[in-house]
Design a protein around this ligand. Structure first.
Ligand SMILES: Cc1cc2nc3c(=O)[nH]c(=O)nc-3n(C[C@H](O)[C@H](O)[C@H](O)COP(=O)(O)OP(=O)(O)OC[C@H]3O[C@@H](n4cnc5c(N)ncnc54)[C@H](O)[C@@H]3O)c2cc1C
Ligand SMILES: NC(=O)c1ccc[n+]([C@@H]2O[C@H](COP(=O)([O-])OP(=O)(O)OC[C@H]3O[C@@H](n4cnc5c(N)ncnc54)[C@H](O)[C@@H]3O)[C@@H](O)[C@H]2O)c1
Length: 490
């Protein structure tokens, strides 16, 4: 049977399809490649087995941030009293909160829809892809019917990941939630026990606590362990103030259904925790198993598909991007990877990833943001470094709004080049943005110290931290002596 050349909108015949680029997975990463490729005139096929938009839209960033927004509203009355406003504790209508969450997803969904991608010229196949050779795969359709073969000059695997479920004895015998089922809850849990104190665990801990649930987080090591400890401490203090119970350094050893709820027995003889609901948020597993990677000549490990810095797999025809590629797991990284692949696959430009400059934000209140090298990594790489800090407590806007918890922390090398920067505090995700630019462009601290910023803004914490770099020199005895001499001139 001769292959049908994919020429944009959905090919209706049942024969094989031949295209320039075939993308597997329509999450943040896959969608970005498919849209760019189609707009650049490449014959593009996109295969998706589930909901368009992948994790971020359906069970990740979007619902979690929508839930946090509702939780912030439910909490606002507690902060208002300090500003002279007193109102009654709010009534949380949990089903209405969940309608809000799903309303936000539904509002964004058309942007990622099959119809929109077909209109762009992408041939969208709604089924599961499995490689059958180094240059071909087959698609089994969700609706049944004959499988479809796709051959392509280039493939992009963007199949993302799923929640990791650890082999804790008894876990399989109790009902537990993951991010895939959490946003379908019909009722507010009375006591949510969360396994894992990473970004998922802590964002959801704050959200559910503020909506009225009791929340206990069980963290085997240190909560927000990948973050700067000084900044993480600001967030953890806020969670504790909200009433979240943090059990750190305690691994779940056994889970059982008891008379009072789900019992989580902890290591080291710590008292067990019993909750009405259990959320498992202990990291992710890459979706690689059923892809036929061996037939495609693609290698993978526990973290995901092995790629070089051009995101090429062991089979040079096949790229892997986004969460499945084993690097940092963020939506914006998927978009960044898409740009690298487009340059390599379509323009033949050997673009390479630089994950050291990827920013991230945890959307608790206060937020925690970081970009660039951590203090430890910077010390290892650059040797002598400078750490600059400025507290929110000395920022006039933060004082006016009584949001004084937090700080900015900037890491430079000995010559003032900005290696990393982080913020824990109100609007940290926005305050960090010029620092993202600074790290990605290799800027020096002088650019911030010399900037004139509008007053009063939270971003001024950055300028003040930058100013601290020059303080010792500026007000040194030598400078004072020089000024003294100059003042004596006629
Ligand atoms: C609760 C939660 C909150 C998060 N919050 C944030 C946040 O605030 N900011 C942020 O940057 N990141 C956040 N993330 C991370 C972010 O969601 C992921 O990094 C991002 O979704 C990864 O995109 P992706 O395209 O690589 O994979 P995915 O979004 O997982 O998409 C992969 C797609 O591939 C499909 N697929 C898999 N196998 C096949 C196959 N064989 N055939 C066809 N299709 C297949 C899947 O159905 C899926 O749709 C969050 C994650 C979670 C879980
Ligand atoms: N705001 C954001 O950008 C955002 C929000 C949520 C998720 N994400 C992405 O999703 C990824 C997954 O998030 P996550 O929070 O599930 O994973 P994570 O790997 O970041 O954190 C998991 C935590 O669980 C702990 N843990 C592991 N096994 C445990 C056990 N048996 N008992 C108790 N604790 C255990 C680990 O020590 C770790 O602190 C993140 O790495 C991040 O990239 C991003």
């Amino acid at each position: 049977m001769s292959a049908v050349r994919s020429a944009g909108p959905h090919v209706a015949t049942a024969g094989p399809i031949d295209c320039d680029i075939c993308v597997v997975g329509a999450g943040a990463a896959g969608l970005s490649v498919a849209s760019a490729a189609a707009m650049l005139g490449a014959r593009t096929v996109l295969v998706e087995r589930g909901a368009m938009g992948g994790d971020c839209l359906n069970v990740g960033c979007v619902p979690s941030k929508a839930l946090l927004a509702a939780a912030r509203m439910a909490h606002a009355w507690q902060d208002a009293e300090a500003l002279g406003i007193r109102y009654q504790p709010p009534v949380v209508d949990f089903p209405a909160v969940m309608r809000h969450v799903h309303g936000v997803i539904d509002g964004i969904a058309p942007h990622d829809s099959v119809a929109r991608y077909r209109a762009m010229g992408v041939d969208v196949l709604q089924g599961t892809a499995r490689f059958t050779g180094r240059d071909r795969l087959r698609v089994a359709f969700a609706t049944g019917g004959a499988e479809r073969e796709v051959t392509a000059r280039r493939f992009v695997i963007a199949t993302g990941g799923r929640p990791a479920v650890p082999p804790i004895p008894g876990l399989d015998e109790v009902p537990y939630l993951t991010n895939e089922s959490l946003f379908d809850l019909a009722e507010l849990p009375s006591h949510l026990v969360i396994l894992g104190g990473g970004p998922i665990g802590l964002e959801m801990a704050q959200a559910f606590r503020r909506l009225g649930a009791a929340v206990t987080v069980v963290e085997a090591a240190q909560a927000l362990g990948r973050d700067d400890p000084e900044l993480a401490a600001v967030v953890l203090a806020s969670l504790r103030r909200d009433g979240v119970v943090l059990r750190q350094g305690a691994a779940a050893e056994r889970v059982a259904a008891g008379a009072a709820g789900i019992e989580v027995h902890l290591s080291g003889g710590s008292a067990p925790v019993t909750g009405s609901h259990l959320l498992v948020a202990v990291g992710r597993r890459p979706n690689v198993e059923a892809l036929g990677l061996d037939l495609a000549g693609v290698e993978s490990g526990p973290r995901g598909i092995q790629v070089d810095r051009r995101l090429r797999t062991a089979n040079r025809r096949i790229f892997a991007i986004g969460d499945v590629a084993g690097g940092p797991q963020f939506t914006h990284v998927g978009g960044y990877h898409a740009g690298i692949v487009i340059r390599n696959a379509l323009f033949r430009i050997p673009a390479r990833t630089d994950h050291d400059t990827m920013p991230w934000v945890t959307y608790t209140e206060p937020e925690l943001a970081w970009v660039g090298l951590s203090e430890t990594a910077a010390r290892e790489r650059a040797g002598r470094i400078r750490i600059l800090r400025w507290p929110y407590a000395e920022n006039d806007r933060a004082r006016a709004e009584r949001q004084t918890a937090g700080l900015i922390k900037v890491v430079t090398d000995a010559k003032g080049r900005i290696l990393g920067a982080g913020v824990a505090g109100a609007h940290a995700g926005e305050v960090v943005q010029p620092w993202v630019l600074a790290v990605q462009r290799g800027m020096k601290i002088g650019a911030f110290a010399g900037a004139v910023l509008p007053y009063p803004t939270y971003g001024e914490v950055g300028k003040r931290a930058a100013g601290a770099y020059y303080m010792p020199k500026l007000f040194s005895p030598l400078t004072r002596k020089l000024v003294g001499l100059l003042l004596r001139l006629p």
